[in-house]
Ligand binder design. Structure first.
Ligand code: ATP
Length: 305
């Protein structure tokens, strides 16, 4: 039976300022998935994550983490989730090893079950085990924040903008670890990111929020498939030609010598596009199509007005 790692219903948050950050969110994150939470700046992603992490109190609605209701089973629901926050806030006086031990203590992990050294090795911090946190670089701090989120072996790992401003090496380390935790331990991963290619590549499922409202939740492939705008790119074999003309097709020459034919897949078939090309006496040397990417879907769903 599939169950949900996270289930939210009617989740609302109104800050004291009167700002309605979440306006009634219903969201289910399937257990075992890598789930992307996307939205423009100010959409409410951090508010949602901070509610999951227990850092912000919801105004109303229901939050279940790994089946545990946050109100009636606060301890269990907290134990089921680990959060790697966006801000690099670390106690400057603890070494990485010390910080993990303190965190393990906070979560009541008995000494015999602690895996601080194993976790430090996983995030590549073994040689900084006993260094002061204040001497760690920004990238190392991020590694340590990931390590801290893992000390109590949570079923659900939340990463808030984990790769914002990090270098390629660290990004690869993060994604390798995330994939491994997901694959080998079945850990459910929820991440927010501004890099849509990253979400497209990493996530099985994606939710998009805008102005505190959920505007889409679907598998990544379904979301990508929902846009009907397609472009066929033809490389002509050579010679002079005039651009194909047909209803529902708009053709343009690109600088690289190809012809781009934009059409709506719901109204015009690929066959009709090819027929228009042939009737313009163009010999086709090569043909490919450009799919909509997540950026297109995202902009389509979050455009205002
Ligand atoms: N502590 C707070 N008090 C009052 N308003 C807040 C507070 N935190 C966030 N907000 C407001 O709530 C709304 C949602 O903010 P939130 O930080 O959750 O968005 P976000 O999607 O995480 O944005 P970003 O991508 O920029 O981090 C915004 O209008 C923001 O100004």
């Amino acid at each position: 039976m599939t169950h949900n790692a996270i289930a939210l219903s009617g989740l609302r948050k109104t800050y004291k300022s009167g700002q309605e950050a979440l306006k009634g969110i219903d969201l289910a994150v399937p257990a075992g998935s890598i789930f992307g939470l996307l939205g423009p700046n100010g959409a409410g992603k951090s508010t949602l994550i901070n509610i999951l992490a227990g850092l912000v109190l919801k105004t109303s609605g229901k939050v279940e983490i790994w089946g545990w209701d946050q109100d009636s089973n606060p301890r269990q629901s907290r134990a089921a989730i680990g959060v790697m926050p966006q801000e690099l806030n670390l106690d400057p006086f603890f070494s990485p090893h010390g910080a993990l031990e303190v965190q393990a203590g906070l979560y009541g992990v008995p000494a015999s079950r602690r895996k601080s050294d194993e976790i430090l090795a996983m995030v590549g911090l073994t040689d900084k085990r006993d260094a002061y946190a204040r001497t760690l670089s920004g990238g190392m701090r991020r590694r340590l924040l990931l390590a801290k989120a893992l000390v109590h072996s949570p079923q659900v790992l939340v990463l808030d903008e984990p790769t914002a401003g990090v270098d390629i090496e660290l990004r690869q380390m993060l994604w390798e670890n995330v994939r491994r935790l997901n694959r080998e331990r079945g850990m459910t991963i929820i991440l927010t990111t501004h890099y849509l290619e990253e979400a497209e590549e990493m996530c099985d499922e994606i939710a998009i929020i805008n102005h505190g409202t959920l505007v889409a939740q679907d598998s990544t492939s379904n979301l990508l498939g929902q846009l009907d705008a397609k472009t066929m790119i033809i490389t002509p074999a050579g010679g002079e030609y005039t651009l194909p003309k047909a209803d529902g097709i708009s053709a343009e020459r690109r600088e690289d010598g190809t012809i781009a034919l934009a059409y709506n897949a719901r109204q015009t078939s690929a066959d009709a596009v090819l027929a228009a090309v042939r009737s313009a006496d163009i010999t086709i040397q090569d043909v490919r199509t450009e799919q909509a990417d997540l950026q297109d879907v995202f902009l389509n769903l979050t455009k205002d007005g």
